[in-house]
Write a protein that binds this ligand. Structure first.
Ligand code: SF4
Length: 389
């Protein structure tokens, strides 16, 4: 018996954003596949929770895609069905939504069925930026949506903004942040735009070299956004996440600290780790709605100790408290400090260390990728040395 968080992926959106690399396909609310999906998710979640002997579900996250496309009746059916999986409700139950598909009935169905937290994709209130990234809806709709969330959920919500968008400058970004802060969300995610290859935005950026802010400006925008949020009382606790009064997102912390989780829906994955051997198993559903709805089984992958150790560090050092040191020692048989001593010494000035914590400082987080390259190289050399011995 063990505990595991649950993630349910709703792989449908009103339309496709130009920068998006998540698995989702355009769909209308009256598409019958939405009904089939709800039943399939309930079947899979019920079976897996039973088969893995999951006796505690600390957090549940319904994300996407656009879960609000499900509408009130389907989300109520999904949440009531999931409620049969636990005796003690999850500490945190989050549903994602997007303004263009939100109505009050959906929010009420969430509130009446145990949802504790909403996550809303705003991204920008600046219409030229929204148009350039093909974002559905409008700034006016986003504001209406925030009003509605405030009425139904109070301040128990998170909102996403993106920095480095086309036509964004510092004044526009700070105005967006000020607009959002007027709604007092307890949590804000501030993502620096990543140009994923093979997205329409990447193609447009190749054709128009001035579409996106130059790298220096993009970095400055992220830093300006980060500082504005910190000044407003939102503490940064991960590369892109900020919270008021320690209202951190518990579900994502489970990922960053490598807890077990089960994921359902196309492209979702599950990871179950054996604490005694430091190895695990991952199941990944195909990036294909029809395959998922038809019941095709997920891909299965064994995770050896080195792979899991790298993932533990990759995820853990994103988080302001760093990896879970006690769990690291339990799983891998030695302390973190003994696993990557050379890297920790070289990066000492950008680390925050104590007997219970080893993490990058906020300035260190800006160099996360370089830090990870160093620690992975050290782990690879250690492994080669072990093989040679
Ligand atoms: S709404 Fe989100 S998941 Fe859907 S296309 Fe846009 S970025 Fe991707």
């Amino acid at each position: 018996m063990c505990s595991a968080s649950l993630y349910l992926h709703i792989p449908f959106c009103a339309s496709k954003c130009a920068y998006c690399d998540f698995y989702s396909v355009p769909c209308r609310r009256d598409d019958p596949r939405l009904d089939v999906l709800v039943e399939r998710l309930l079947d899979d979640a019920g079976r897996w929770v039973h088969d893995f002997g999951i006796n505690r579900i600390p957090t549940l996250y319904i994300g996407g895609g656009t879960p609000s496309l499900l509408g009130a009746a389907r989300i109520a059916r999904l949440l009531t069905g999931l409620g049969r999986l636990w005796q003690e409700a999850p500490d945190e139950l989050t549903v994602e939504l997007n303004p263009e598909s939100l109505d009050e009935a959906f929010l009420m169905a969430c509130r009446n069925n145990g949802v504790t937290r909403i996550s809303v994709g705003v991204q920008s209130f600046h219409e030229p930026s929204r148009a350039a990234i093909h974002r559905a809806g409008s700034a006016a709709l986003a504001l209406e949506c925030l009003d509605l969330i405030r009425r139904v959920f109070g301040t128990a919500f998170s909102a996403d903004l993106i920095t480095g968008l086309p036509f964004q400058d510092k004044a526009i970004l700070l105005k967006d942040i000020k607009t959002l802060l007027a709604y007092d969300p307890t949590h804000i995610s501030l993502y620096a735009l990543t140009l994923e290859p093979d997205t329409p935005l990447a193609l447009m950026a190749r054709q128009d070299k001035r579409l996106l802010p130059a790298p220096d400006l993009a970095d400055a925008l992220y830093l300006a956004g980060r500082d504005a949020l910190e000044q407003a009382g939102y503490s940064q606790y991960e590369v892109s996440n900020f919270a008021l009064d320690k209202k951190r997102g518990a579900h994502n912390i489970r990922y960053w600290r490598m807890g077990n989780w089960l994921g359902f829906g196309p492209a979702a994955s599950s990871t179950i780790i054996d604490d005694d051997s430091g190895t695990g198993i991952r199941y990944t559903w195909e990036r294909n709605v029809d395959a998922y709805l038809a019941g095709r089984a997920p891909h299965v992958e064994q995770l050896d100790q080195l792979t899991l150790m790298k993932e533990t560090l990759l995820m853990g050092f994103r988080y302001i408290d760093g990896p879970d040191l006690a769990l690291f020692q339990k799983r891998f048989g030695k302390p973190l400090t003994a696993s990557i001593p050379r890297s920790l010494a070289a990066w000492q000035s950008l680390l925050v260390s104590s007997p219970s914590r080893c993490a990058l400082s906020k300035d260190g987080l800006l160099l996360l990728d370089r830090f990870l390259l160093d620690i992975f190289a050290e782990l690879d050399i250690n492994t080669l040395d072990t093989i040679r011995v």
